[in-house]
Design a protein around this ligand. Structure first.
Ligand code: GCU
Length: 687
């Protein structure tokens, strides 16, 4: 049994003999394709492995379809694409139309199973769906059709060539070491397996703060090996590029995107890359952001920069350019009350909508600042209508406890995905924009910074893995229920015992509100250390007094950013009119985003009836108090799961309890000292 976490939620723990006896014997697996790199072949082998583990059954893999139902003897599982099934003589007339990557899963009256994908990836996703039901003791459904919400369901790794990982909390890279691609890519295949099991189909393998050495001849070949390791799992790779590579690696005098030499340079690199990775998904570009060079450095537009890469990709293959909207000036002058980093993305991109090539997408962080504990939806989603977009989430909990605090993220993601931007006065849920439905795109979707490392837990904490699993589930179906998702994950990862499921569910569901309570409330942001690179632990004074623009504008009397059109930075006006009107006024701004949009006195009364400052005090006490309960509650499952994972999680929950108190007192003391308003309950400053 996997007690170190490598298999994540794909442990396939044996069912109890009582449950197992309810399943038929599966004797044959028919894989309608058998090449080495085919996801159909992978699916067949995964099912063979799963049956052995879950039901202790040995099944054979064959390749010839026996038409008609197997009535007697062991049941048969057929895996392939709808087309290959039809070519082999199977009847497909009853199968509903599938979308790209979708699948049909069907158990007949004799327990024979059909797993048919719209493409080969779809067949693999269907196989995992079948296995994950089986592992929970659930029967295969009949005539079940499943389609993903969006075609792009990718992860971004922020791995550096030297093996370190930016915002990585689980040891060194599984991809790179000593400036080259690793020789042993076993963990890379294992990662692709986890990704595929929840429908994730692409990965950018290196940091957005990219290094020119990625494109050395040795690394180009290495990227080919990474692609080969992931391809059998239906995962395609792409790379993040450093804009100044022509100058630094190519020895050119410029990296100007309109310069013929620069164009020729990228053309050559792209041709070489396609030789090693013929199914490259494309390029991810971080430019003119946080000191990085970009087209603006050379007096060109963002579209000029993106289109240069887009043209190179078009000449050689089918890849796309994903241009990040995270473009901003980190030397902003705080003394000017009109300045606002949150305004940057819309200001830079709103007039670019019709200027990008048709293989350019814009990748937008969910909020306008930077993965904070609470942010409003980025208004840029309402401005790009021709240019398809990708929403960027973070599974790596950079501002959310860095995997040392438990923080189950779907409830946060839902505040964004379910938000209605009311573009042109019509329903415009963010999830319908990124699915492509709202503006009629055929390439758009999701990215998440994941940052798995070589630790056997992948993310540094067993509980954090629920976010990777959930991320896949949400990209497939953003209307998923967050409780169902954590319960499925818990049964697959730990146990179906009701105490285990209830404990993990309740801790997980409380975790984000708890974390928000003891970190930053009412939309003031996480309030962690941001001036040093760690972004960890309380430091409420770090937000102000520097050019990073994550300001709180807290003084002795008032706090919050005035982002109104009337008196503030104008940010509220970047939303479509119905939303803009709501955020423009204190009265109609929800309490949880009050300080994001408004500068108010500490004595301002919230809708709850409390003052802002008393809310801060109370929330910090409540959050920290709840964090004290996690470890004792976790202890209820001792003996119901293996001791190794039990202790690993317990250690973190005990640490979190202590750190939550550090958070509580640091923040409360800081604001009490600032505003001199005592805590009504006399707790703050009274030790
Ligand atoms: C955050 C993060 C950086 C990262 C940047 C980005 O600011 O702290 O490490 O490079 O986001 O998304 O590009």
């Amino acid at each position: 049994p996997d007690e170190n976490g490598i298999d994540g939620w794909l442990r396939y723990a044996p069912l109890s003999s009582e449950l197992a006896s309810q399943f038929k014997r599966y004797g044959n697996i028919i894989a309608l394709r058998n090449d080495e790199s085919s996801p159909v072949r992978t699916a067949a082998k995964e099912i063979q492995h799963g049956l052995k583990r879950i039901l202790n059954q040995e099944a054979n893999i064959g390749h010839d379809l026996i038409t008609g139902s197997q009535v007697e003897g062991p049941a048969t599982i057929v895996i392939g694409t709808v087309n290959s099934f039809s070519h082999a003589g199977g009847d497909v007339s009853h199968i509903a139309q599938l979308k790209e990557d979708g699948f049909w899963l069907h158990g007949d009256d004799y327990d024979n199973v059909q797993i048919l994908g719209q493409n080969e990836r779809g067949a693999l996703y269907g196989a995992f769906a079948f296995l994950m039901l089986l592992a929970q003791g659930k029967q295969c459904p009949s005539a079940h059709v499943s389609n993903p919400s969006a075609p792009i369901r990718w992860v971004n790794q922020w791995d550096n060539l030297d093996g370190s990982i930016e915002r990585g909390y689980a040891g060194p890279s599984i991809f790179f070491r000593d400036m080259v691609v690793q020789d042993d890519l076993t963990r890379v295949s294992q990662y692709a397996r986890l990704m595929a099991s929840v429908g994730l189909n692409g990965i950018i393998v290196n940091n957005v703060n990219s290094h020119h050495d990625l494109l050395s001849p040795r690394n180009l070949a290495g990227l080919g090996r990474i692609a080969n390791a992931m391809r059998p799992w239906g995962v395609r790779i792409g790379v993040a590029l450093f804009f100044d590579t022509p100058k630094i690696l190519g020895g050119l005098s410029t990296s100007d995107p309109l310069d013929p030499g620069v164009i020729a340079f990228w053309d050559k690199i792209t041709a070489q890359l396609y030789q090693h990775v013929p199914d490259l998904i494309g390029y991810l570009i971080k430019a003119n952001s946080e000191g990085q060079p970009g087209p603006l450095t050379y007096g060109r537009t963002l579209a000029d920069g993106a289109n240069m890469f887009a043209d190179a990709l078009k000449r050689h293959g089918a890849g796309v350019v994903v241009y990040r909207a995270f473009v901003y000036n980190h030397h902003l002058d705080e003394s000017n009350w009109k300045n606002d980093r949150a305004n940057a993305a819309v200001e830079y991109f709103k007039d670019m909508d019709s200027l990008f090539e048709d293989n350019v997408l814009v990748q937008i962080k969910y909020g306008p600042i930077d993965f904070q504990v609470r942010e409003p939806t980025s208004p840029l989603f309402a401005h790009l209508r021709k240019t398809p977009t990708i929403i960027e989430f973070q599974v790596a909990q950079e501002y959310l406890g860095q995997q040392s605090h438990v923080c189950y993220l779907p409830p946060l993601w839902k505040t964004i995905l379910d938000f209605d931007l009311r573009v042109d006065g019509k329903p415009s849920l963010v999830r319908d924009i990124v699915s492509g439905e709202r503006f009629g795109w055929n390439q758009s979707g999701y990215a998440a910074v994941v940052n798995v490392g070589s630790d056997s837990t992948w993310l540094g904490s067993h509980l954090a893995m629920s976010n990777l699993y959930a991320y896949g589930r949400y990209t497939w179906d953003p209307t998923s229920n967050e409780v169902d998702v954590i319960q499925d994950w818990t049964r697959l990862t730990f146990s179906s015992h009701s105490t285990v499921v209830d404990t993990v569910t309740s801790i997980s569901m409380e975790s984000w509100p708890t974390y928000e309570n003891y970190t930053g409330n009412l939309g003031i942001q996480t309030l962690c250390e941001i001036t040093k690179t760690c972004h960890y632990g309380p430091r409420p004074d770090a937000a102000d007094g520097n050019g990073w623009g994550q300001w709180t504008r807290a003084d002795a009397h008032a706090i919050g950013m005035d982002r109104t059109v009337a008196t503030g930075t104008g940010y509220a006006g970047q939303y479509p009119v119905e939303v803009a009107e709501k955020f423009e006024k204190v009265k109609t701004t929800p309490d949880d985003l009050l300080l994001w949009f408004h500068h108010v006195p500490y004595t301002h009364k919230l809708k709850s009836g409390k003052t802002v400052i008393q809310h801060f005090y109370d929330a910090h006490y409540e959050g920290a108090a709840n964090a004290q309960t996690f470890a004792p509650r976790w202890k209820a499952i001792q003996g119901l799961i293996d001791d190794s994972r039990f202790q690993h999680v317990l250690f973190r929950l005990v640490y979190q309890a202590g750190h939550a108190i550090v958070w509580r007192d640091s923040i409360n003391e800081f604001y009490k000292a600032k505003c001199s308003i005592p805590d009504e309950q006399g707790r703050v400053g009274n030790y």
